[in-house]
Ligand binder design. Structure first.
Ligand SMILES: NC(=O)c1ccc[n+]([C@@H]2O[C@H](COP(=O)([O-])OP(=O)(O)OC[C@H]3O[C@@H](n4cnc5c(N)ncnc54)[C@H](O)[C@@H]3O)[C@@H](O)[C@H]2O)c1
Length: 258
């Protein structure tokens, strides 16, 4: 029987997931509908999603995770989250990961290597994880920045370190740049061991993440440089494929973890 999916969000990531599912890229996965934003009537509502879908896939942002995540889980349906930064909030995290009867899945999104960190956290000790993220300055302008700061950032001709801190600091100052740091903290099972450095780099035409995880079972040092999503320069083209891959695994356990 097909795994039936409802999508929240039809921006760069959601619309690409819909295209991939409609094109049959994930045999055994069927897209039932897309829940619209606000009043955009598509004839498909969140109530319909809970009625017909096995999995609700969020690709709409942190606010949508807190609005739709807990009721999805409470209804017994599964939730697949792309805006993993939402789990920086401990009460939302607990509602999604510790309660049920539905299950919460987190996409690997723009990152790789999370499997090794999860295994090391389960079988050993994670001492420290550092993440250095480089993005174009324009992708890092925030509403709280004053005119002078914004102008300085946009005119930068060299890399500028904007923040050094844990997931909570990043969430406060750069809420749209928290998915990767949160994914690392969740993989580690520890929100205290991850330190992020966020750099505005005028040469970073592709967003890059350099992760070094020091663990009792080894040191994992990897760098991911992502092509931008054609629909949103702030998102990675890899993410919809990571989501579809996750749905394929849910629909059809292939016996492989790779
Ligand atoms: N896990 C990762 O590595 C990773 C990487 C990139 C992006 N993301 C996340 O994916 C999300 C989507 O990214 P995108 O590039 O598609 O963004 P986008 O801005 O292109 O699209 C977001 C879409 O969600 C819709 N939306 C917002 N709130 C909604 C609501 N309450 N109900 C229904 N629809 C709603 C918007 O109308 C829009 O169509 C972002 O929040 C981002 O944080 C995760």
């Amino acid at each position: 029987m097909a795994l039936t999916v409802a999508l929240i969000g039809s921006g760069a990531i959601g619309s690409r997931i819909a295209e991939l599912l409609d094109a049959g890229t994930a045999p055994g996965v069927r897209l039932a509908g897309v829940i619209p934003h606000g009043d955009a009537g598509t004839g498909f509502s969140f109530a319909d999603a809970l009625e017909v879908a096995d999995v609700v896939v969020e690709c709409a942002g942190v606010a949508a995770v807190s609005e739709f995540g807990p009721p999805t889980i409470r209804s017994g349906k599964d939730l697949l989250v792309t805006s993993i930064g939402a789990l920086c909030d401990p009460s939302l995290r607990s509602a999604l990961l510790d309660e049920g009867p539905g299950r919460t899945f987190l996409t690997t999104g723009a990152l790789g290597g999370l499997d090794a960190i999860t295994a090391a956290g389960a079988g050993g000790t994670i001492h420290r994880i550092t993440l250095e993220t480089r993005k174009l300055p324009a992708a890092l302008v925030q509403p709280w920045m004053d005119g002078e700061t914004t102008e300085g950032l946009l005119a930068a001709t060299r890399p500028v370190e904007l923040l050094r801190g844990g997931p909570a600091e990043l969430m406060r100052a750069f809420p749209k740049s928290t998915n990767v740091v949160s994914a690392l903290a969740l993989a580690a099972g520890n929100w205290e061991v991850v330190e992020a450095v966020l750099i505005a780099d005028p040469g970073a035409h592709r967003t890059s993440h350099h992760v070094v995880a020091e663990t009792s079972l080894g040191t994992f040092d990897f760098r991911v440089t992502n092509e931008a999503s054609p629909g949103n320069p702030a998102s990675s083209a890899l993410v919809p494929h990571a989501v579809v891959r996750g749905l394929k695994s849910l629909a059809n356990a292939s016996g492989s973890f790779i």
